[in-house]
Design a protein. Structure first.
Length: 262
């Protein structure tokens, strides 16, 4: 009996400092970043009026359908995020609350982080070229591949840049398009050996993809659960682990064969 009396009392006493902390937090900035669905870009087309993929020194093929890389928009590293913002975003499917250091792990000012992200994108573009040419078993030789996504930063477009190069040079290998005429979206980093890596913000990217007309979303396999949690109606999730697997999944979709799913 004494235990039943003491427990509520202990909880009530502990609540006092918690309430004080909440009161303080209401006025203090918190170490979080607020994110929402961002823009998407068809890597087979143009971004900011310029072709995303330009290939010279090798025959290319016209393409149909779209391969849309996806982004999120996040508050800056120096933005004041307060508890009211966090609570509001917590209950919305089109917003996410993320630890600031998971979005901006390098620290620094906004300009420094922007430079870092653009450098990441440049490195991702170089690796995407290597991954695509390795998949096609081709040597660059006199072929020149230029990639331009404007001011989009970070490495998460790697998979789709590689897919775009493959589609422009080889399609599905039998004269058709990788997309099968569909609007396919997705995300994922790429390594030169074709391995696909996780990126974060996937549930928001699926919303951006569906908003912009995608019916298929290629997602790094490790992020299937997150993608499924807020999957928009009408969007099919296809998990991938490699560039080869992504290409094979798109070919299977076009044939009407079964493909992996989350």
């Amino acid at each position: 009996m004494p235990l039943r009396v003491s427990r509520p009392r202990a909880l009530a006493l502990c609540a006092l400092p918690v309430l004080a902390l909440l009161g303080t937090a209401a006025f203090a900035p918190l170490p979080f970043t607020l994110a929402q669905p961002g823009t998407t870009a068809n890597v087979l087309g143009k971004a900011d009026g310029k072709p995303v993929i330009t290939i010279t020194g090798a025959a290319t093929r016209p393409t149909e359908g779209q391969l849309r890389m996806t982004t999120i928009v996040a508050t800056g590293p120096e933005a004041d995020v307060r508890i009211g913002d966090v609570v509001d975003s917590w209950f919305r499917t089109d917003r996410a609350v993320m630890p600031r250091d998971s979005v901006y792990p390098t620290g620094g000012s906004e300009k420094e982080i922007e430079r870092h992200n653009l450098n990441d994108m440049k490195e991702s573009q170089n690796v995407a070229v290597d991954a695509a040419m390795n998949y096609l078993d081709r040597d660059l030789g006199s072929t020149r591949i230029a990639l331009d996504l404007g001011n989009v930063g970070g490495p998460s477009a790697g998979l789709f840049l590689a897919l775009g190069i493959v589609d422009k040079l080889d399609g599905d290998g039998d004269g058709g398009d990788l997309t099968g005429g569909r609007t396919v979206a997705g995300t994922g980093t790429i390594a030169a050996d074709g391995k696909v890596g996780a990126v974060g913000g996937v549930s928001l990217k699926t919303q951006a993809a569906r908003r912009d007309g995608a019916t298929v979303f290629l997602v790094p396999e490790a992020e299937c659960k997150e993608a499924e949690s807020e999957r928009p109606k009408g969007l099919r999730l296809v998990p991938v682990t490699t560039l080869k697997g992504a290409v094979n999944a798109l070919k299977a979709l076009d044939r009407g064969d079964s493909v992996p799913h989350c």
